[in-house]
Design a protein around this ligand. Structure first.
Ligand SMILES: [Zn+2]
Length: 265
């Protein structure tokens, strides 16, 4: 599964030691990337931030290196032997360390922008602006099914298929309901569930669902742990841990959603 907010946040936190360092040189090994070694060599890294599912490396000269991991990307200090063939870019830092952009499916992007602020991105669900009132306001204006609403990066940034399903289960809301038809009490429950699920997933370094080279791993050495907490995602046919009824799967806008038809209403 593609990295969502908790996985991207895990990479960003892991990259903290790169802040303040200078990119001594870069190897851009995949010409499909929109960045060249000349673009970034010599630049000093002022900050590394996450916005939605994007990694924003702010350079001291005001430019930003924006990386989107898409399906299978990872950006970190280490690179496992089995990942070597999938390295698309290496940033060699002035302290001798290196940051690897590994991306087996090669769908990730890297761009240098003068202004990295993406005006179309919605509110940060772990940020101070994501209040109950803000979610009520956003949901109230959308006739989309609440699951599709949560995946819409223009509304709330960073949530994907896994954490949308988990938050809806925790909030006991049927994923097919229209966003604007949820009561205030339900939206408040959903707000609490989103913040809770994402916060817990960040603390567990995200979710790893398989062991292929394309599967997310927070570092080459360690796995994530949130997969041990999934209540519905990938559990079709298994009993709901709240009511015991079988988890079902529906397809909405081409995306599958697992949910409990008994306790999600
Ligand atoms: Zn249930």
């Amino acid at each position: 599964m593609p990295p969502e907010l908790p996985e991207v946040e895990t990479f960003v936190r892991g990259l903290a030691p790169a802040v303040g360092r200078t990119i001594a040189s870069a190897d851009v090994l995949d010409t499909r990337l929109a960045v060249t070694a000349e673009d970034i060599a010599g630049a000093r890294i002022a900050a590394i931030l996450r916005r939605g599912k994007y990694i924003r490396i702010e350079l001291e000269d005001g430019r930003k290196l924006i990386v989107h991991l898409r399906m299978s990307g990872r950006l970190r200090f280490d690179c496992d032997e089995c990942e070597r063939d999938y390295v698309r870019m290496v940033l060699h830092l002035d302290d001798g360390t290196a940051v690897y952009f590994v991306d087996p499916r090669r769908l990730g992007t890297a761009d240098v922008c003068e202004d990295g602020d993406d005006e179309t991105l919605g509110v940060e669900p772990l940020g101070p602006q994501f209040t109950k009132a803000a979610l009520r306001e956003l949901a109230g204006r959308s006739r989309a099914p609440i699951k599709s609403f949560l995946l819409d990066q223009r509304k709330v940034a960073g949530i994907g298929n896994i954490y949308a399903a988990e938050a809806l289960w925790q909030a006991r809301i049927d994923p097919r309901r229209r966003a604007c038809e949820l009561s205030n009490v339900e939206v408040d429950r959903l707000h609490r569930a989103i913040v809770g699920v994402l916060g817990e997933a960040v603390s567990q370094l995200g979710t790893t669902l398989g062991s292929s080279v394309s599967d997310y791993r927070p570092t080459a050495a360690e796995g994530a742990m949130y997969q041990n907490h999934l209540a519905v995602y990938g559990r079709e046919g298994e009993p709901c841990e709240r009511c015991g009824d079988p988890i079902e799967r529906v397809i909405q806008a081409g995306r599958s959603t697992c949910f409990c038809p008994k306790c999600q209403r």
